[in-house]
Design a binder for this molecule. Structure first.
Ligand SMILES: *[C@@H]1O[C@H](CO)[C@@H](O)[C@H](O)[C@H]1NC(C)=O
Ligand SMILES: *[C@@H]1O[C@H](CO)[C@@H](O)[C@H](O)[C@H]1NC(C)=O
Ligand SMILES: *[C@@H]1O[C@H](CO)[C@@H](O)[C@H](O)[C@H]1NC(C)=O
Ligand SMILES: *[C@@H]1O[C@H](CO)[C@@H](O)[C@H](O)[C@H]1NC(C)=O
Length: 508
C-alpha cells in the first residue's frame, strides 16, 4: 500500500472523498428541502391542519406498545380502541415506535383510503411479513398489479352461480342441526362456536377443492384432522405476529413453522392430485375452485397460496360471523319468534335464493350483527405517497389532514359502526328494526366487508351462507336461547369472535 500510494496521492484521495461526501450531503439536503417544500405546498393548497394527537408519555410511543400488548392479553383490545376514539376524537394521530399513525372513524376518511384515494395506499410490509409463511403471495398479501392479477384469477369462483348455489349448503346444515340435537340431548345445551367452525370448514373445503372435510360428522381421517388443527393454529399465530409487529421477531416460533409445514404438505397433496387429474381438467368434470384454477395455472405455489388464503378466509370469517350472530340473537326470545314467523310460509322446506334474499327481518339481523360485532373490527393501510385525508384536522375536525408517505392510517370498523352521532343513542344495542330505515344501507358508516376495490371477495357468499344457516335453524328449533347472560368478550384472530362461544339451549 505504502509504496503504491505516495503521500501526495493519499492527500488527493482524502480530498476527493471529502468533496464527494459534501456533494452527497448537499444532494440529500436538497432532496429533503424539495420534499418539505412539496409538502408545504400540499398542506397549504389542501388547507391541512393537524388532528389532535394522542398524549404519549414518551417520544417513541412505547406506552402504546405495552398497553396494546396488555390489552391484547386481557382481551380488551377492542374496548380500549373504542374508548380511545371517545376520548381523543374521531380522528387523531399517534406513534407506534417509528411509525406515524392516523387513527380515524370518520366515514369520509375511510372512503378516501378504501376508494377515492385507493391508489395512494398499500397494505404495508409488516402485514405481508407476518402472514408470508402461511399465505405467501395470495390475494391478501398483494398490492398494485399483482393484487389485480390475483383478484382477476379468483373472481370467477365468486360469480352469481357459485354464491347463489344453496344446494351445496343443505347437506352441511343438516349435519349441523343433528350435532346440535345430539349435544343438547347429551348435556342439555350446545356451544355453537366449535360447531360453526366445523360447519364453515366443511363448506369451505367443499367449495375450494370439491371434497368436504367432513368434520361435523366426524368423518375426517387423521390426515384431515392434523391439517385442520395445524391451519387453525398457524392462522392465529400469524395474526399475533402482526399485532406484535417488530417485537414478534423475538418470540420463538418453532411451533408456528412446524404447523405451516404441515399445512403445506397437506395442500401439496391436494394440488398434486388435482394436477394429475388431467381428464378432470380437460373435460371439466370437476367444478370446484381448485379444478377450475388448475385449468388457468399449474404454478403449484400460486395454487397453494390461494387455497390457504381461501380456506382461512372462508372458515374463519364465516364461523366468527355465525358465532357473533347467535351470541346476539340468543339473548332475546322475541327475535327468535319473529324469525320463525318470517320463515313459516316455507312450511319447513329450504328457501330458494330469491326467498332467502326476501327475508327482510332475517337480513336485518345479519346486518345488525355485522354492525355491532364486525368480524374484521379494524384495519389499516400505509400511504405510498404523501397524500391527505378529507377531514379530522383543526379544532373543529373539519379540515383535511396531511398524511406523509409511509404513515399508517388505521380505522376501527367496530368504533365507526357504534358511533352514537351516526347511529343514534341506542347504537350499542342490538336492534334489527333500525335497518327498516333506507338511509342506513349504502353509506360509508357501515363497512363490515370493507368497500371499494378491495371489498371482501366472498362477502355475498358469506351473507348467503349465514342467512341460510339462520333460516334453516329457525325452521328446526322452536326456541333457542343463550344459557348465560355474560357480556361479549373478544377473541381476536383472523376473524374476531366471542371468546366464550355461543352456548345455547335449543328446543326442538
Ligand atoms: C368452475 O367452472 C365451472 C364452469 O366454468 C362453473 O360452472 C363452476 O361454478 C366453477 N366453480 C367454481 C367454484 O369456480
Ligand atoms: C370421532 O371418530 C373417532 C374415530 O374415528 C373416535 O375415536 C372419536 O371418539 C369420535 N369423536 C366424536 C366426537 O364422535
Ligand atoms: C344490509 O346492508 C347492506 C349494505 O352492506 C344493504 O345493501 C342491505 O340492503 C342491508 N339489508 C337490510 C335488510 O337492510
Ligand atoms: C388495529 O389497530 C391497532 C392500533 O390501534 C393496530 O396496531 C393494528 O395493527 C390494527 N389492526 C389491523 C388489522 O389493522
Amino acid at each position: 500500500m505504502e509504496s503504491f500510494m505516495n503521500s501526495g496521492s493519499r492527500m488527493r484521495a482524502i480530498w476527493l472523498c471529502g468533496a464527494l461526501s459534501v456533494i452527497v450531503a448537499v444532494r440529500i439536503l436538497l432532496a429533503r428541502l424539495r420534499i418539505s417544500r412539496r409538502r408545504r405546498v400540499l398542506v397549504a393548497t389542501a388547507g391541512c391542519k393537524l388532528p389532535p394527537s394522542y398524549p404519549h408519555r414518551d417520544p417513541f410511543g412505547f406506552d402504546m406498545v405495552t398497553e396494546s400488548i396488555d390489552a391484547f392479553k386481557s382481551k380488551t383490545f377492542l374496548a380500549r380502541q373504542c374508548l380511545q376514539y371517545e376520548v381523543h376524537g374521531t380522528t387523531f394521530s399517534s406513534r407506534y415506535l417509528h411509525q406515524t399513525i392516523i387513527n380515524t372513524i370518520d366515514p369520509e376518511n375511510i372512503q378516501s383510503v378504501l376508494s377515492t384515494d385507493f391508489d395512494n395506499y398499500g397494505i404495508g410490509w409488516r402485514r405481508k411479513d407476518a402472514f408470508e409463511p402461511l399465505l405467501g403471495k395470495s390475494l391478501f398479501q398483494l398490492d398494485g398489479h399483482a393484487w389485480a392479477a390475483s383478484r382477476a384469477l379468483l373472481r370467477p369462483a365468486f360469480g352469481k352461480t357459485q354464491v347463489n348455489n344453496l344446494n351445496m349448503f343443505e347437506t352441511h346444515v343438516k349435519h349441523l342441526v343433528e350435532a346440535i340435537k345430539t349435544r343438547t340431548m347429551e348435556t342439555g345445551q350446545a356451544d355453537l362456536a366449535p360447531l360453526f367452525v366445523c360447519l364453515s370448514a366443511d363448506l369451505t373445503t367443499e367449495f375450494i377443492h370439491g371434497k368436504s372435510l367432513g368434520s361435523l360428522k366426524n368423518e375426517s381421517d387423521e390426515n384431515d384432522k392434523n391439517f385442520f388443527e395445524a391451519i387453525k393454529k398457524a392462522g392465529k399465530a400469524c395474526e399475533e405476529r402482526w399485532q406484535l409487529g417488530l417485537l414478534g421477531k423475538f418470540f420463538p416460533q418453532r411451533e408456528f413453522y412446524s404447523n405451516v409445514k404441515k399445512v403445506n404438505t397437506y395442500m401439496d397433496q391436494l394440488i398434486d392430485n388435482a394436477l394429475e387429474d388431467e381428464s378432470a381438467r380437460k373435460e371439466g368434470s370437476r367444478y370446484d375452485f381448485l379444478a377450475n384454477l388448475s385449468r388457468v395455472t399449474t404454478d403449484k405455489k400460486v395454487l397453494q397460496d390461494e387455497m390457504c388464503m381461501l380456506f382461512i378466509a372462508g372458515t374463519d370469517a364465516l364461523s366468527s360471523m355465525l358465532t357473533n350472530l347467535f351470541f346476539l340473537i340468543g339473548r332475546s326470545p322475541d327475535i327468535w319468534s319473529k324469525l320463525r314467523k318470517e320463515v313459516e310460509f316455507l312450511e319447513g322446506r329450504p328457501p330458494t335464493i330469491k326467498e332467502l334474499k326476501g327475508l327482510k327481518y332475517l337480513q336485518s339481523c345479519l346486518n345488525e350483527s355485522l354492525r355491532l360485532l364486525p368480524v374484521l373490527p379494524n384495519d389499516s393501510r400505509i400511504a405510498n405517497e404523501d397524500t391527505t385525508l378529507p377531514v379530522g384536522g383543526g379544532a373543529d375536525g373539519k379540515s383535511p389532514v396531511f398524511v406523509p408517505s409511509g404513515a399508517m392510517v388505521t380505522f376501527s370498523i367496530m368504533a365507526l359502526q357504534r358511533r352514537k352521532d351516526l347511529w343514534g343513542a341506542d347504537a350499542e344495542d342490538f336492534r334489527p328494526e333500525r335497518w327498516e330505515k333506507e338511509e342506513e344501507k349504502a353509506s360509508w358508516k357501515f363497512v363490515p366487508f370493507l368497500k371499494g376495490p378491495r371489498i371482501c371477495l366472498g362477502h355475498e357468499l358469506a351473507i348467503n351462507e349465514a342467512g341460510y344457516v339462520l333460516a334453516r335453524m329457525a325452521q328446526e328449533f322452536e326456541k333457542l336461547s343463550r344459557v348465560d347472560d355474560d357480556p361479549w368478550v373478544e377473541s381476536v384472530s383472523i376473524g374476531t369472535t366471542s371468546a366464550n362461544g355461543a352456548k345455547v339451549v335449543a328446543v326442538f
